[in-house]
Design a protein around this ligand. Structure first.
Ligand code: DGI
Ligand code: FE
Ligand code: FE
Length: 202
């Protein structure tokens, strides 16, 4: 990725995100780049851009997020997402990417919108961003046995997706906050995929 592109994206992100979120976003971009070296045959820059951009809506207010979604025709936002704004920042990310950064790449948009819940049948770019968000090295949340997720990310990315989705289901359930059905569907899909592929029961 050339320096001009990095400066443009980092400059804009720095202006909108808090310090920690900015460092996390850069860390996801470079972690995604290393995963792309292992798993992605396409152009590396697009994966890095998706990594940089995945949380671009994170520090916006709910009204700002909703008006961007309306302006850019993002229809699949429900009352559930509004009640759980942690989910909203992923859904409206593509709107912000278009409005503020001129990024119209559909594959990048998909990677941004599924980075929190995952989804069944993700593209390799979607999986890379979903996994990189979880394993990147500057995250401040403590994740038990993070080394196991990091190893799986480079040896069996579908397994890594399953492990992360399961951990998210467990985390959300233990907190007692409402779980997005897509989060559960992601866990179910990748669990079944590994079970059928390996002839095991997880
Ligand atoms: O934005 P990040 O902090 O980098 O991470 P993220 O986008 O993966 O997750 C943001 C938050 O969303 C995190 O605290 C976990 C939460 N989350 C993930 N899945 C669900 C969820 N929250 C609810 N209510 N329901 C979910 O299914
Ligand atoms: Fe996020
Ligand atoms: Fe993130």
């Amino acid at each position: 990725m050339n320096q001009q592109t990095i400066n443009m994206i980092e400059g804009k992100l720095y202006a909108t995100l808090d310090e920690h979120r900015f460092l996390h976003s850069r860390s996801v971009a470079f972690t995604a780049a290393t995963l792309a070296m292992r798993w992605y045959k396409g152009e590396m820059d697009r994966v890095m851009i998706a990594g940089y951009m995945h949380d671009c809506a994170k520090c916006k207010s709910i009204p700002e997020m909703l008006s961007a979604a309306e302006e850019w025709d993002i229809f699949n936002i429900t009352e559930f997402h509004i009640q759980n704004p942690q989910l909203l920042h992923a859904m409206v990310g593509p709107a912000i990417a278009q409005a503020e950064y001129g990024i119209f790449d559909r594959e990048i948009h998909d990677a941004i919108s599924t980075h929190t819940t995952g989804a069944p049948k993700m593209s390799i770019m979607q999986k890379i961003i979903y996994v990189a968000d979880f394993i990147e090295p500057v995250r401040d949340t403590v994740i038990k046995h993070i080394e196991n997720y990091r190893e799986a990310a480079f040896t069996d990315i579908d397994k890594a997706v399953y492990m992360i989705a399961q951990s998210t289901v467990d985390h959300i359930t233990s907190k007692g906050v409402p779980i997005d059905p897509v989060t559960v569907a992601t866990r179910d899909y990748y669990k079944k995929l590994i079970e059928e592929r390996d002839g095991i029961s997880l």
